[in-house]
Design a protein around this ligand. Structure first.
Ligand SMILES: [Zn+2]
Length: 423
């Protein structure tokens, strides 16, 4: 027991090397999540709430690569092809050049033979490697690609407003723009299926307290009104109603995550991509965007004490891709390169047209929570309660009409029998 406590303390110290904020963290003894996630809890054995939830809930329903699950995926592919047979494409995919979306494109073309429309959203922060990867993928897999360049002045205005707002999730503007453009392309091209690279293998652990829904346009607009300039109105916002009601319920667009059905292993996927598509790794999850790399490796850990590598590596531990020791070794490295961070800050500031002194000032200002700004959490709750009410009502109406139909049939047959007996 004493040794266990010592190891936990040692792990905590290792984890704190790169962070100036978090001290005396309690760390899970199964994964590497710790109390830098304010909402985490531990059971008496020292296992965290992420692990408990993974084993008690997700793991029981997630059996990738089994015969039944692959058959299920096969049925989905068949139905996609059937429903889209009169259209030019079977499905749409957002291509970032990262591991997950790149491997998904490979699977969709080579394994499922889907006719894909790929959309890449250029929000101004692509790394050269990401651009090169995308070019190789579409060329080698024969995929039609559309690249949409977001109005740079608009995204710059929104991103600067987010820095000033002092909230954790600085990736909201990029993510929001990606989905907004992707869905409008799907609508324009009559595509009912969006395939995405979401996967439990590398994303099962995702602390809610470390971010906020990137599709919350109410939140984004409030931040822009308070801290933005004049250009943010040109940003491609998608409203809460459109995202949660119109697209899935009225347009009946379906989002499929095939990587959760197949036996997806990140390291194997990288090997396949390198060998078959001349694809190159860029060094970290979502580091295909220079902004995301900066935000995840510097803004989040330095300002908030949130190191996303912990969540990513913990997911890989739970999906048995790496061991806890390997994850702890990885965490001994600094989240960012101290010798180049000054250049990176200069690059970000220059690109966003902000003074370095201002940026340093924003880094040191008190942290804000998403709830310090208007948001759509309440509206979303109302929408989903109404959806549940509506489907209940629909099923009640169905029962009533069935009962009405049966009564009418009984009446008709009785009259028929009566008239026959009179004759
Ligand atoms: Zn854990």
């Amino acid at each position: 027991m004493k040794l266990n406590k010592f190891l936990l303390k040692l792990s905590s110290e290792i984890m704190n090397n790169s962070s100036k904020i978090i001290k005396n963290l309690q760390i899970c003894n199964k994964c590497i999540m710790d109390t830098s996630d304010e909402e985490i809890s531990f059971d008496e054995t020292g296992q965290c709430s992420h692990c408990i939830s993974f084993y008690n809930s997700l793991k029981k329903n997630w059996t990738p690569g089994t015969k039944e699950v692959l058959k299920e995926l096969d049925d989905i592919v068949v139905s996609m092809k059937e429903k889209q047979k009169n259209q030019e494409y079977d499905a749409i995919i957002g291509l970032s050049g990262g591991v997950d979306s790149s491997y998904l494109a490979y699977w969709a073309r080579k394994e499922a033979n889907l006719r894909l429309l790929a959309v890449h959203v250029d929000a101004g922060w692509n790394s050269d490697l990401a651009v090169r990867n995308i070019e190789e993928i579409v060329k080698k897999l024969d995929i039609q690609l559309f690249t949409e360049v977001v109005d740079w002045e608009a995204i710059k205005d929104v991103q600067t407003a987010f820095f000033k707002a002092g909230v954790a999730n600085q990736d909201t503007p990029q993510d929001h723009a990606f989905f907004s453009v992707l869905y409008s392309f799907a609508e324009k091209n009559n595509i009912k299926y969006v395939i995405n690279g979401n996967n439990y293998t590398s994303e099962s652990v995702l602390p809610v307290a470390w971010g906020h829904d990137a599709m919350d346009s109410v939140h984004m607009k409030d931040i822009c009104r308070q801290h933005g300039g004049k250009k943010w109105k040109k940003f491609p916002f998608v409203s809460t109603f459109k995202y949660h009601v119109f697209i899935p319920r009225i347009r009946k667009m379906q989002i499929i995550s095939p990587l959760n059905y197949i036996d997806y292993k990140k390291m194997d996927a990288i090997k396949v991509l390198e060998e078959k598509l001349n694809w190159q790794y860029y060094g970290g999850k979502h580091y295909e965007s220079r902004f995301t790399k900066f935000f995840q490796s510097y803004w989040l850990p330095e300002k908030f004490g949130y190191d996303k590598r912990k969540a990513h590596l913990s997911s890989l531990i739970l999906s048995e891709e790496i061991t806890r020791d390997e994850a702890l070794d990885e965490m001994k490295k600094n989240s960012y390169d101290k010798s180049t961070i000054d250049q990176d800050i200069n690059y970000i500031c220059k690109k966003l047209d902000v003074k370095k002194e201002d940026f340093i000032c924003w880094m040191n200002e008190p942290n804000k929570k998403f709830s310090d700004y208007k948001n759509n959490v309440f509206i979303k709750k109302v929408i989903y309660s109404l959806i549940i009410e509506f489907s209940n009502l629909k099923s009640r109406v169905n029962i009533f009409s069935k009962v009405k139909y049966i009564l009418a049939r009984i009446k008709y047959l009785s009259l028929k029998i009566l008239s026959k007996s009179k004759n």
